[in-house]
Design a protein around this ligand. Structure first.
Ligand code: FES
Ligand SMILES: [Fe+2]
Length: 315
């Protein structure tokens, strides 16, 4: 009885932040010497690009008197200078200079996050214990290929936990009720041999707009979705997530289509998938998280997703 009450409470938080790679900005938004404030994982971070071009993410608050490095902090060479008393921190987070003192205290450090700039976004590795990444962000050839259109970029904020947004991809039954598909496409969820990468395939070749959808999920919020409408008629959506709080997630999408269809239907298919998100919004805005949902035999994809997602939490 007790767990039921906890689950139905409006303030119930659901799972913590899952382990994985998450975006904090577009690469193109951060020039050399730029400094930004970032809010992610319910905490403040500082993002800057050194003069040589390295993107750095650190915890925001200076170990000295706690100024926010991402607000009025200044890039000096390969370091960031705190706006309050000028202490400088390098890309690894070590204090390398105190302008008015020769001796640097041992504890003068900020935590520096693991950063990846593969593809379109600046990504950080989140692990609740600060453990280093054990896999890399997959590189997508489509984003640098002459066979694919120049990418379109789109961002939106969803009032829900990143796991619930990912779960939606493995939920073929909702296509019919939320997205007005005429029937539920036969679908399957497979987990790659290493156990970490999830593949969801939905075969909608019998639909009014026939297509096959293949979603590849590397961690909750990091997904590549390829939709094939016919020979050389393909769309790819690269989706990254910035969990801001446990109940809010900022999504960044990078969309591209094969050159063969860019003028024909490129904008239409990309607009269609963007608009699909609006259908999900009322559900996401009001749903609670069920830790132990009542599943039926038809919910195989969802059951597969819930088994897969466990690995992104430490016990
Ligand atoms: S608070 Fe950062 S140098 Fe003093
Ligand atoms: Fe949906």
């Amino acid at each position: 009885m007790e767990s039921l009450i906890a689950c139905e409470s409006k303030t119930h938080q659901g799972p913590p932040f899952p382990i994985g790679w998450y975006s904090v900005a577009r690469k193109s938004e951060l020039g050399k010497g730029d400094v930004q404030r970032v809010f992610a994982f319910d905490r403040e971070l500082a993002l800057f690009r050194t003069r040589s071009g390295v993107a750095v993410v650190t915890d925001a608050f200076c170990p000295h008197l706690g100024a926010h490095l991402g607000v009025e902090g200044r890039v000096v060479g390969e370091a960031i200078r705190c706006p309050f008393h000028g202490w400088k921190f390098d890309a690894s987070g070590d204090c390398v200079e105190i302008p008015y003192c020769d001796e640097i205290p041992d504890r003068a450090k900020v935590r520096s996050w693991h950063v990846s700039e593969t593809n379109s976004d600046i990504m950080v590795w989140y692990h609740p214990h600060g453990t280093a990444p054990d896999w890399e962000v997959p590189e997508l050839e489509e984003l640098n290929s002459d066979d694919w259109s120049d990418p379109q970029y789109w961002e939106f904020t969803i009032p829900n936990h990143v796991q619930n947004i990912a779960e939606n991809t493995c939920d073929p039954e909702h296509f019919q009720y939320v997205h007005r598909m005429e029937s539920t496409p036969p679908s399957e969820v497979n987990i790659a041999e290493d156990g970490r990468v999830l593949h969801m395939i939905a075969d909608a070749t019998a639909a009014v707009n026939p297509n096959t959808l293949h979603a590849i999920m590397h961690n909750p919020g990091l997904a590549i979705v390829r939709t094939v409408y016919g020979p050389n008629a393909e769309m790819m959506v690269y989706s990254t997530a910035q969990p801001t709080t446990l109940n809010e997630t900022h999504m960044r999408w990078t969309l591209t289509v094969r050159k063969e269809i860019v003028d024909l239907v490129g904008d239409d298919v990309m607009r269609g998938i963007k608009e699909g998100i609006n259908d999900d919004m009322p559900i996401w805005r009001h749903k609670i998280y069920r830790d132990k949902p009542v599943f039926c035999k038809g919910d195989t994809s969802l059951v597969g997703f819930r088994k897969w997602v466990k690995q992104f939490y430490v016990n």
